[in-house]
Write a protein of this length. Structure first.
Length: 316
């Protein structure tokens, strides 16, 4: 008995989570355009899930309406373990921004795992003509309503971050929503917009290449793989902090055995990756259990709703 217990402890977590297997290929629905951070993470999960569960796994991009189209598609899907949602923290901001409420983040979904988190970053494109956050604020005050910034969409965490910073700095900048982080970053790179507020993974490569200038990260501390980029708090806005998370959910009513099996596979894979590999693409691994993710959403959903109500923000 003691030897069997020791052998079981040596098995990788996915091997212990036996039982449920999907009967047909699975879909990972991403409510953003291809190439952004949420899409990147979903595609990282394809192979490990397919290998562990013995079925093909297809990533399906369903962008639009600030992620609401893809999220609603999953909420309306059969709870048979074949459809899963890989989303950002727009999942908790969108219901507080939109009336009527597009979906209920607690009632309509079964949380599986909080996958990763990343700081948001403010980047300036070649046309912006600014090299620091102080210069950006000064230009915005000199030209109210003319400085445009792109985000992954209305209601996404970078959009909320931008609006909170706009209020904190007392500036008037114009929001241009895109269908994902990658198009928003490309718009700044092309000069279509002066700025982008983005989760770090979508902008990390351009920052390293020097084609976009990072003005600030919005996390409480500097990002380890971009230590030269100061935080917003360091540049005259003490206490300012905001991050974007990525999570995996399924439709409410999905069999608990399916939720636990998929969660175990995902945690085993993410926890096996070197942290520096994840940081290189802008992520900090979280890999929570379904129970931990459920508890976080129970805390975060009402807190976010109260914060958005205080700002007076509404969907555009």
């Amino acid at each position: 008995m003691r030897l069997a217990r020791r052998a079981a402890m040596l098995l990788p977590l996915p091997a212990l989570a036996q039982g449920w297997v999907p009967e047909r290929p699975m879909r990972l629905i991403v409510p953003f355009a291809a190439g952004g951070p949420t899409d990147t993470l979903a595609r990282m999960l394809q192979s490990p899930l397919a290998e562990a569960l013995g079925q093909a796994v297809v990533v399906e991009n369903r962008p639009g309406a600030g992620a609401n189209i893809g999220i609603q598609a999953v909420a309306r899907s059969a709870a048979d373990g074949l459809t899963w949602l890989v989303t950002s923290s727009a999942f908790v901001t969108n219901p507080a921004l939109t009336r009527p409420q597009p979906f209920d983040p607690i009632r309509d979904f079964a949380p599986v795992s909080l996958l990763a988190s990343s700081p948001n970053v403010i980047v300036a494109g070649p046309s912006a003509g600014v090299s620091t956050l102080t210069e950006m604020v000064a230009r915005a005050k000199a030209e109210p309503g003319r400085l445009e910034y792109g985000t992954a969409g209305t209601g996404t965490a970078p959009h909320i971050t931008a609006e909170l910073f706009r209020l904190r700095a007392g500036i008037d900048i114009l929001h241009i929503p895109y269908t994902g982080a990658a198009p928003a970053v490309q718009a700044a790179l092309a000069g279509t917009t002066a700025l982008a507020f983005s989760a770090m993974p979508a902008a990390a490569a351009q920052i390293r290449a020097g084609t976009l200038r990072a003005l600030a990260v919005t996390s409480a501390a500097r990002w380890p793989d971009a230590p030269e980029v100061p935080t917003v708090a360091e540049q005259g806005y003490p206490g300012f902090a905001a991050e974007t998370w990525q999570g995996l959910l399924s439709p409410a009513g999905t069999p608990p055995a399916a939720v636990q099996r998929v969660a175990a596979v995902v945690r085993g894979y993410l926890n096996g990756l070197p942290p520096e590999r994840m940081r290189a693409i802008g992520f900090a691994t979280v890999a929570s259990t379904p129970e931990e993710f459920t508890a976080q959403l129970a805390r975060e959903v009402p807190d976010i709703a109260a914060g958005i109500a205080a700002t007076g923000l509404r969907s555009e």
